[in-house]
Design a protein around this ligand. Structure first.
Ligand code: EPS
Length: 392
């Protein structure tokens, strides 16, 4: 069973990712893991913090001589900003005069609900853990999951399809989406440069007016065989598991599988993907093919052999330079919400974090289905299954 968790606070000493249950013998390319961390830091509209941090994976366990060894993998990512916070957020009691309270909760953030829940006098500790900085640990673990999936020929990528009012109105090819992740300069992660330029204008407008803006990312998984997930039990459905994993990301407020949203306003004849059969071997594992993929690669909670397509809808970041109305924690007086610094737009970065969550979810189901204590054994089981569905 693949298990995964993170620890760490936004301005603490480090972030930690812990992932276990991967087979031994998966090649771990640290440059790839660090490249994924770098990708999460990019995008037009990121805040000042990204100028401070250069996220790097420090692998503490579970990887030796460049390969997994079957034991839990712990990864540390140091917060460079910690040196500015050591006295404000010490592990020991420290000097209370140096602590830095978040005096008034930000509407839309976890601040108020968290302070009430944990009986904190202000929102400092809430912010520290609720911050999307936590997604760094997810990306590190997700990179390892991607490397396991790669041994089975399964790849995960993402792109941005909306920022504010600007939407990508044409389909993106798999090759275009993959090419985005190889770029050394990330603007807004859109495959169409003209649309991306208009997306940038949306972010510029938000920056000018002290506002924030987000949008929609799309994660695509290529090479998934039919048969991951099941309709047999509600909590083993692939669509449900993917929705949960992506919805768990900071600022994601809706998740769509395939054309789930427009399907609700269409007739069945326009939504469902017809089934064809290729007489000749066409490289597709089952020879059953679809001329379109409105289902997003999932029918009945089971992967059907087409690409998985998952969209995440992000609310705008809740820390506004022109803050909304709020109330002081100490006096209950009316005031403006606290502002330290913030991102203006994070859609491409959130897409990278969602790739990680999708990769861990798909890797976990693949490990369940194909098992194996070594990468060799898992691959042999996988190949045997592919052979079986190819002959079906
Ligand atoms: C983030 C780091 C944070 C924020 C952002 C995401 O850094 P800091 O709080 O020091 O500026 O930029 O966090 C939030 C959006 C949030 O709501 O807390 C990161 O590494 O992605």
């Amino acid at each position: 069973m693949i298990r995964f968790s993170t620890a760490g606070e936004s301005h603490g000493e480090a972030l930690i990712a812990l992932i276990s249950g991967l087979p031994a013998g998966v090649p771990v390319d640290l440059d790839f893991v660090n490249r994924e961390l770098w990708r999460r830091q990019q995008g037009y509209g990121r805040g000042g913090r990204m100028k401070i941090e250069t996220d790097k994976a420090h692998v503490l366990s579970g990887v030796r001589h460049g390969k997994t060894i079957g034991s839990p993998i712990a990864i540390e990512i140091v917060n460079r900003d910690w040196k500015n916070w050591e006295e404000k957020l010490p592990v020991e009691a420290g000097d209370p005069a140096k602590h830095q309270a978040v005096a008034s909760p930000r509407p839309g953030h976890a601040d108020l609900a968290g302070a009430l829940k944990y009986n904190f006098p202000d929102a400092r500790y809430v912010l520290e853990r609720a911050s999307a900085r936590e997604s760094t640990g997810r990306v590190a673990a997700g990179a390892v999951a991607k490397l396991m999936l790669r041994t089975l020929g399964i790849e995960v990528a993402s792109h941005v399809i909306r920022v504010g009012r600007v939407e990508l109105t044409r389909p993106a090819t798999w090759e275009e989406i993959v090419a985005l992740s190889a770029k050394d300069e990330v603007v807004l992660g859109c495959v169409d440069s003209e649309t991306e330029a208009r997306m940038k204008e949306e972010v510029e407008e938000a920056a000018r007016t002290g506002d924030t803006v987000n949008g929609v990312f799309e994660v695509v998984v290529h090479g998934v065989p039919a048969g991951l997930g099941t309709f047999a039990n509600w909590d083993e459905r692939l669509d449900g598991l993917l929705a949960w994993s992506v919805m768990s990301l900071q600022a994601v407020k809706a998740v769509e599988i395939g054309r789930g949203v427009t399907a609700a306003e269409s007739f069945g004849s326009a939504v469902h993907d017809p089934i064809h059969y290729a007489a000749e071997d066409n490289g597709h594992p089952t020879r059953f093919t679809r001329p379109q993929n409105n289902a997003g690669g999932i029918e009945g909670g089971v992967s059907n052999g087409e690409d998985l397509v998952i969209r995440g809808y992000l609310k705008p970041i809740s820390t506004l330079r022109r803050p909304l109305e709020s109330v002081r924690f100490d006096t209950r007086e009316k005031t403006s919400a606290s502002y330290e610094r913030s991102d203006i737009c994070v859609v491409p970065a959130a897409g990278v974090a969602a790739e990680a969550m999708v990769a861990v979810t798909v890797a976990s189901l693949a490990q369940q289905k194909f098992g194996g204590d070594s990468a060799l054994e898992m691959k042999r089981n996988f190949d045997g299954y592919i052979e079986q569905i190819r002959r079906y």
